[in-house]
Design a protein around this ligand. Sequence first.
Ligand SMILES: [Zn+2]
Length: 84
Amino acid sequence: METIVISSYPLCRCSHTYQLAVTRNYIVKMIVENQLTPETPRQRKYTRVFPCPEKNIDFQAVIILYETSDDSIKSVKVEGLLEE
Ligand SMILES: [Zn+2]
């Protein structure tokens, strides 16, 4: 489970932490010792709807997640607010 913090969104001006359900395709590879050059993660942008519990509105926001070829993102879903 991955979480994302949205702070000061212009519509509600509050800060919330959301839980994301991110499904990734993990690939298991054999690692040869001298081939450990790390891959630069790619940015993926997703537009999702986030509910604001204080103003009782939903707003859209773009979230940026990172992936490599070893853990490419299959789907991203907003599970809801993370209780603190
Ligand atoms: Zn809010």
